[in-house]
Design a protein around this ligand. Sequence first.
Ligand code: GFB
Length: 314
Amino acid sequence: MEPNKYSLTGQKVWVAGHKGMVGSALVRRLATEDCEVLTVDRTKVDLRRQDAVEGWLKEQKPDAVFLAAAKVGGIWANNAYPAEFLYENLVIESNIIHGAYLAGVKKLCFLGSSCIYPRLAEQPMKEEALLTGPLEPTNQWYAIAKITGIMMCQAYRRQYGCDYISAMPTNLFGAADNYDPQGSHVVASLIQKAHQAKLSGAKTMELWGTGSPLREFLYVDDLADALVFLMKNYSDEPHVNVGIGVEHTIRQLAETVVHVVGFQGEFVFDLTKPDGTPRKLMDSARLHGMGWRAKTSLEDGLKSAYAWFLSNRA
Ligand code: GFB
Protein backbone atom coordinates (compact mmCIF):
# COMPACT_ATOMS: atom_id res chain seq x y z
CA MET A 1 0.00 0.00 0.00
CA GLU A 2 1.39 3.43 -0.98
CA PRO A 3 2.07 5.81 1.92
CA ASN A 4 -1.04 7.80 3.01
CA LYS A 5 -3.24 5.12 1.43
CA TYR A 6 -5.72 3.18 3.57
CA SER A 7 -7.91 0.39 2.26
CA LEU A 8 -11.39 -0.08 3.68
CA THR A 9 -11.59 -3.63 2.29
CA GLY A 10 -12.48 -6.06 5.02
CA GLN A 11 -12.33 -3.35 7.68
CA LYS A 12 -14.81 -2.83 10.52
CA VAL A 13 -15.94 0.79 10.12
CA TRP A 14 -17.93 2.60 12.83
CA VAL A 15 -20.14 5.46 11.67
CA ALA A 16 -20.70 7.46 14.85
CA GLY A 17 -23.93 9.45 14.42
CA HIS A 18 -25.28 7.04 11.79
CA LYS A 19 -28.85 8.39 11.97
CA GLY A 20 -27.95 12.02 11.29
CA MET A 21 -27.81 13.62 7.84
CA VAL A 22 -24.05 13.04 7.43
CA GLY A 23 -24.02 9.67 9.22
CA SER A 24 -26.84 8.24 7.11
CA ALA A 25 -25.16 9.49 3.92
CA LEU A 26 -21.97 7.71 5.02
CA VAL A 27 -23.88 4.47 5.66
CA ARG A 28 -25.33 4.74 2.14
CA ARG A 29 -21.87 5.44 0.62
CA LEU A 30 -20.12 2.66 2.57
CA ALA A 31 -22.65 0.12 1.27
CA THR A 32 -20.65 0.18 -1.96
CA GLU A 33 -17.39 -0.58 -0.13
CA ASP A 34 -16.30 -4.10 0.83
CA CYS A 35 -16.27 -3.33 4.55
CA GLU A 36 -18.36 -4.06 7.64
CA VAL A 37 -20.33 -1.00 8.75
CA LEU A 38 -20.80 -0.74 12.52
CA THR A 39 -23.48 1.44 14.11
CA VAL A 40 -24.84 1.75 17.64
CA ASP A 41 -27.99 3.45 18.85
CA ARG A 42 -27.77 6.27 21.38
CA THR A 43 -30.08 4.27 23.66
CA LYS A 44 -27.35 1.62 23.88
CA VAL A 45 -24.26 3.85 24.02
CA ASP A 46 -24.64 7.47 25.15
CA LEU A 47 -21.71 9.15 23.38
CA ARG A 48 -21.58 11.77 26.15
CA ARG A 49 -20.57 9.10 28.70
CA GLN A 50 -16.85 8.31 28.63
CA ASP A 51 -17.07 4.85 30.22
CA ALA A 52 -19.84 3.80 27.85
CA VAL A 53 -17.89 4.94 24.77
CA GLU A 54 -14.52 3.51 25.88
CA GLY A 55 -16.08 0.22 26.97
CA TRP A 56 -17.97 -0.21 23.70
CA LEU A 57 -14.94 0.69 21.55
CA LYS A 58 -12.71 -1.78 23.45
CA GLU A 59 -15.35 -4.48 22.96
CA GLN A 60 -16.06 -3.75 19.27
CA LYS A 61 -12.52 -2.75 18.20
CA PRO A 62 -13.44 -1.04 14.91
CA ASP A 63 -10.57 -0.56 12.44
CA ALA A 64 -11.83 2.87 11.30
CA VAL A 65 -14.22 5.54 12.61
CA PHE A 66 -16.15 8.31 10.88
CA LEU A 67 -16.94 10.77 13.68
CA ALA A 68 -20.21 12.17 12.34
CA ALA A 69 -21.91 12.39 15.75
CA ALA A 70 -22.39 15.96 16.98
CA LYS A 71 -24.89 18.41 18.34
CA VAL A 72 -25.69 20.48 15.25
CA GLY A 73 -28.17 23.14 14.22
CA GLY A 74 -28.73 26.32 12.27
CA ILE A 75 -27.91 29.87 13.22
CA TRP A 76 -30.83 30.26 15.64
CA ALA A 77 -30.19 27.01 17.57
CA ASN A 78 -26.46 27.74 17.86
CA ASN A 79 -27.22 31.16 19.31
CA ALA A 80 -29.99 29.95 21.61
CA TYR A 81 -28.26 26.93 23.21
CA PRO A 82 -24.56 27.85 23.68
CA ALA A 83 -23.96 25.55 26.67
CA GLU A 84 -25.38 22.50 24.90
CA PHE A 85 -23.44 23.18 21.69
CA LEU A 86 -20.17 23.60 23.61
CA TYR A 87 -20.58 20.80 26.17
CA GLU A 88 -22.10 18.06 24.00
CA ASN A 89 -19.70 18.52 21.09
CA LEU A 90 -16.67 18.64 23.40
CA VAL A 91 -17.57 15.46 25.31
CA ILE A 92 -18.69 13.49 22.25
CA GLU A 93 -15.51 14.21 20.29
CA SER A 94 -13.22 13.74 23.31
CA ASN A 95 -14.80 10.41 24.24
CA ILE A 96 -14.61 9.07 20.70
CA ILE A 97 -11.11 10.32 19.78
CA HIS A 98 -9.58 9.18 23.09
CA GLY A 99 -11.60 5.96 23.09
CA ALA A 100 -10.45 5.24 19.53
CA TYR A 101 -6.82 5.72 20.60
CA LEU A 102 -7.26 3.35 23.58
CA ALA A 103 -8.98 0.75 21.37
CA GLY A 104 -6.26 0.94 18.70
CA VAL A 105 -8.46 2.37 15.94
CA LYS A 106 -6.18 2.72 12.89
CA LYS A 107 -7.95 5.55 11.04
CA LEU A 108 -10.46 8.17 12.16
CA CYS A 109 -12.07 11.05 10.26
CA PHE A 110 -13.32 14.02 12.31
CA LEU A 111 -15.68 16.68 10.92
CA GLY A 112 -15.29 20.42 11.38
CA SER A 113 -17.53 22.97 9.63
CA SER A 114 -16.86 26.07 7.51
CA CYS A 115 -18.65 28.19 10.13
CA ILE A 116 -15.68 27.77 12.51
CA TYR A 117 -13.38 29.92 10.37
CA PRO A 118 -13.01 33.55 11.50
CA ARG A 119 -16.10 35.64 10.76
CA LEU A 120 -14.26 37.90 8.32
CA ALA A 121 -11.61 35.50 7.01
CA GLU A 122 -10.25 36.35 3.56
CA GLN A 123 -12.45 34.69 0.94
CA PRO A 124 -12.26 32.07 -0.37
CA MET A 125 -11.05 30.62 2.92
CA LYS A 126 -7.94 28.44 2.87
CA GLU A 127 -7.26 25.87 5.61
CA GLU A 128 -4.55 28.19 7.04
CA ALA A 129 -7.22 30.80 7.90
CA LEU A 130 -8.36 28.81 10.95
CA LEU A 131 -7.73 30.64 14.27
CA THR A 132 -6.51 33.81 12.56
CA GLY A 133 -9.35 36.05 13.69
CA PRO A 134 -12.49 36.51 15.81
CA LEU A 135 -15.25 33.95 15.42
CA GLU A 136 -18.82 34.50 14.21
CA PRO A 137 -20.67 35.29 17.50
CA THR A 138 -23.80 33.26 16.70
CA ASN A 139 -21.96 29.95 16.68
CA GLN A 140 -18.70 30.63 18.56
CA TRP A 141 -19.44 27.89 21.11
CA TYR A 142 -19.91 25.23 18.43
CA ALA A 143 -16.82 26.60 16.68
CA ILE A 144 -14.62 26.32 19.79
CA ALA A 145 -15.75 22.73 20.29
CA LYS A 146 -15.09 21.80 16.66
CA ILE A 147 -11.69 23.58 16.59
CA THR A 148 -10.80 21.55 19.70
CA GLY A 149 -11.70 18.33 17.88
CA ILE A 150 -9.44 19.23 14.96
CA MET A 151 -6.61 20.02 17.40
CA MET A 152 -7.21 16.75 19.28
CA CYS A 153 -6.72 14.74 16.07
CA GLN A 154 -3.48 16.66 15.46
CA ALA A 155 -2.30 16.13 19.07
CA TYR A 156 -3.04 12.37 18.99
CA ARG A 157 -1.14 12.11 15.69
CA ARG A 158 1.87 13.90 17.15
CA GLN A 159 2.01 12.19 20.54
CA TYR A 160 0.66 8.71 19.77
CA GLY A 161 1.06 8.41 15.99
CA CYS A 162 -2.70 8.10 15.47
CA ASP A 163 -3.70 8.44 11.80
CA TYR A 164 -6.66 10.69 12.65
CA ILE A 165 -7.65 13.27 10.01
CA SER A 166 -10.15 16.14 9.85
CA ALA A 167 -12.41 17.29 7.04
CA MET A 168 -13.99 20.76 6.91
CA PRO A 169 -17.37 20.60 5.15
CA THR A 170 -19.38 23.65 4.13
CA ASN A 171 -23.15 24.09 4.65
CA LEU A 172 -24.82 20.76 3.94
CA PHE A 173 -28.26 19.63 2.86
CA GLY A 174 -29.96 16.43 1.76
CA ALA A 175 -31.76 13.36 3.09
CA ALA A 176 -32.37 12.97 6.84
CA ASP A 177 -31.72 16.66 7.51
CA ASN A 178 -33.29 18.26 10.59
CA TYR A 179 -36.53 19.96 9.52
CA ASP A 180 -37.42 21.48 12.89
CA PRO A 181 -38.52 25.08 12.03
CA GLN A 182 -36.39 26.69 14.78
CA GLY A 183 -33.35 24.41 15.00
CA SER A 184 -32.78 23.57 11.36
CA HIS A 185 -30.18 24.81 8.90
CA VAL A 186 -31.31 27.20 6.22
CA VAL A 187 -31.91 24.77 3.34
CA ALA A 188 -34.12 22.41 5.36
CA SER A 189 -36.00 25.33 6.86
CA LEU A 190 -36.71 26.90 3.46
CA ILE A 191 -37.86 23.57 1.99
CA GLN A 192 -40.28 23.21 4.92
CA LYS A 193 -41.49 26.81 4.66
CA ALA A 194 -41.99 26.70 0.88
CA HIS A 195 -43.84 23.40 1.15
CA GLN A 196 -46.15 24.69 3.90
CA ALA A 197 -46.77 27.93 1.98
CA LYS A 198 -47.61 25.99 -1.18
CA LEU A 199 -50.01 23.65 0.65
CA SER A 200 -51.74 26.47 2.50
CA GLY A 201 -52.00 28.71 -0.56
CA ALA A 202 -50.11 31.45 1.30
CA LYS A 203 -49.12 34.52 -0.70
CA THR A 204 -45.82 34.99 1.14
CA MET A 205 -43.04 32.96 2.72
CA GLU A 206 -40.80 34.25 5.52
CA LEU A 207 -37.01 34.42 5.22
CA TRP A 208 -34.79 35.34 8.14
CA GLY A 209 -32.39 38.29 7.90
CA THR A 210 -31.79 40.36 4.76
CA GLY A 211 -31.31 37.51 2.27
CA SER A 212 -27.96 38.98 1.26
CA PRO A 213 -25.45 36.71 3.10
CA LEU A 214 -23.61 34.32 0.83
CA ARG A 215 -23.39 30.59 1.53
CA GLU A 216 -21.80 27.56 -0.17
CA PHE A 217 -24.06 24.49 -0.24
CA LEU A 218 -22.77 20.93 -0.59
CA TYR A 219 -25.12 18.00 -1.13
CA VAL A 220 -24.56 15.56 1.73
CA ASP A 221 -24.02 12.50 -0.49
CA ASP A 222 -21.14 14.33 -2.17
CA LEU A 223 -19.68 15.01 1.29
CA ALA A 224 -19.95 11.31 2.20
CA ASP A 225 -18.07 10.43 -1.00
CA ALA A 226 -15.38 13.00 -0.15
CA LEU A 227 -15.00 11.60 3.38
CA VAL A 228 -14.49 8.05 2.08
CA PHE A 229 -12.02 9.46 -0.47
CA LEU A 230 -10.06 11.25 2.28
CA MET A 231 -10.13 8.19 4.57
CA LYS A 232 -8.51 6.20 1.75
CA ASN A 233 -6.09 8.83 0.43
CA TYR A 234 -5.19 11.41 3.08
CA SER A 235 -2.99 11.08 6.15
CA ASP A 236 -1.65 14.35 7.55
CA GLU A 237 -2.19 16.93 10.31
CA PRO A 238 -3.94 19.79 8.49
CA HIS A 239 -7.72 19.61 8.05
CA VAL A 240 -8.99 19.55 4.44
CA ASN A 241 -11.73 21.85 3.09
CA VAL A 242 -14.62 20.02 1.42
CA GLY A 243 -16.67 22.52 -0.55
CA ILE A 244 -18.21 22.89 -3.98
CA GLY A 245 -16.68 26.30 -4.77
CA VAL A 246 -20.00 27.93 -5.69
CA GLU A 247 -21.83 30.44 -3.46
CA HIS A 248 -25.37 31.82 -3.52
CA THR A 249 -27.09 34.58 -1.57
CA ILE A 250 -29.80 33.38 0.77
CA ARG A 251 -32.32 35.05 -1.56
CA GLN A 252 -30.94 33.12 -4.58
CA LEU A 253 -31.11 29.93 -2.52
CA ALA A 254 -34.74 30.69 -1.63
CA GLU A 255 -35.55 31.35 -5.30
CA THR A 256 -34.14 27.93 -6.23
CA VAL A 257 -36.00 26.25 -3.35
CA VAL A 258 -39.38 27.74 -4.30
CA HIS A 259 -38.75 26.78 -7.95
CA VAL A 260 -38.11 23.15 -6.92
CA VAL A 261 -41.00 23.06 -4.41
CA GLY A 262 -43.42 24.89 -6.71
CA PHE A 263 -44.35 27.88 -4.51
CA GLN A 264 -45.07 31.07 -6.40
CA GLY A 265 -45.51 33.61 -3.57
CA GLU A 266 -43.37 36.53 -2.39
CA PHE A 267 -40.61 36.59 0.23
CA VAL A 268 -41.03 38.51 3.47
CA PHE A 269 -37.80 39.21 5.38
CA ASP A 270 -37.79 38.95 9.20
CA LEU A 271 -35.06 41.42 10.10
CA THR A 272 -35.26 40.48 13.78
CA LYS A 273 -33.40 37.28 12.88
CA PRO A 274 -29.59 37.33 12.39
CA ASP A 275 -27.77 37.24 9.05
CA GLY A 276 -24.73 35.61 10.67
CA THR A 277 -21.43 35.72 8.84
CA PRO A 278 -21.66 37.65 5.54
CA ARG A 279 -19.74 35.03 3.52
CA LYS A 280 -17.93 31.72 4.10
CA LEU A 281 -16.81 30.37 0.73
CA MET A 282 -13.98 27.85 1.11
CA ASP A 283 -10.98 27.23 -1.10
CA SER A 284 -11.03 23.46 -1.68
CA ALA A 285 -7.96 23.43 -3.94
CA ARG A 286 -6.08 21.03 -1.62
CA LEU A 287 -8.85 18.41 -2.02
CA HIS A 288 -9.21 19.11 -5.75
CA GLY A 289 -5.46 18.59 -6.06
CA MET A 290 -5.88 15.09 -4.62
CA GLY A 291 -8.43 14.33 -7.35
CA TRP A 292 -11.85 14.82 -5.78
CA ARG A 293 -14.58 17.25 -6.81
CA ALA A 294 -18.25 17.62 -5.84
CA LYS A 295 -20.63 16.77 -8.64
CA THR A 296 -24.20 17.60 -7.48
CA SER A 297 -25.54 21.06 -8.34
CA LEU A 298 -27.66 22.98 -5.84
CA GLU A 299 -30.82 22.50 -7.94
CA ASP A 300 -30.28 18.75 -8.45
CA GLY A 301 -29.51 18.33 -4.76
CA LEU A 302 -32.61 20.30 -3.77
CA LYS A 303 -34.78 18.09 -5.97
CA SER A 304 -33.49 14.98 -4.15
CA ALA A 305 -33.78 16.66 -0.75
CA TYR A 306 -37.38 17.71 -1.44
CA ALA A 307 -38.21 14.18 -2.66
CA TRP A 308 -36.85 12.83 0.63
CA PHE A 309 -38.83 15.44 2.56
CA LEU A 310 -42.06 14.46 0.78
CA SER A 311 -41.56 10.77 1.55
CA ASN A 312 -40.42 11.23 5.15
CA ARG A 313 -41.44 14.57 6.68
CA ALA A 314 -44.33 16.15 4.80
O1 GFB B 1 -27.70 27.23 7.87
P1 GFB B 1 -27.85 28.47 8.67
O2 GFB B 1 -28.93 28.47 9.71
O3 GFB B 1 -26.53 28.85 9.47
O4 GFB B 1 -28.04 29.70 7.64
P2 GFB B 1 -25.15 29.51 9.00
C1 GFB B 1 -28.32 30.91 8.21
C2 GFB B 1 -28.45 31.97 7.14
O5 GFB B 1 -29.67 31.75 6.41
C3 GFB B 1 -28.58 33.32 7.83
C4 GFB B 1 -30.59 32.82 6.71
O6 GFB B 1 -28.14 34.33 6.98
C5 GFB B 1 -30.09 33.38 8.04
O7 GFB B 1 -30.54 34.74 8.20
N1 GFB B 1 -31.94 32.27 6.80
C6 GFB B 1 -33.01 32.75 6.11
C7 GFB B 1 -32.34 31.24 7.56
N2 GFB B 1 -34.13 32.06 6.44
C8 GFB B 1 -33.72 31.10 7.34
C9 GFB B 1 -34.44 30.08 8.01
O8 GFB B 1 -35.66 29.91 7.88
N3 GFB B 1 -33.72 29.26 8.83
C10 GFB B 1 -32.36 29.43 9.00
N4 GFB B 1 -31.69 28.57 9.81
N5 GFB B 1 -31.64 30.42 8.39
C11 GFB B 1 -24.30 27.58 10.49
C12 GFB B 1 -23.69 27.40 11.89
O9 GFB B 1 -24.18 28.96 10.13
O10 GFB B 1 -23.59 26.86 9.51
C13 GFB B 1 -23.71 25.95 12.24
O11 GFB B 1 -24.43 28.16 12.83
C14 GFB B 1 -23.21 25.08 11.12
O12 GFB B 1 -22.91 25.75 13.38
C15 GFB B 1 -23.75 25.48 9.76
O13 GFB B 1 -21.83 25.13 11.09
C16 GFB B 1 -23.05 24.71 8.66
O14 GFB B 1 -24.73 29.03 7.68
O15 GFB B 1 -25.24 31.00 9.21
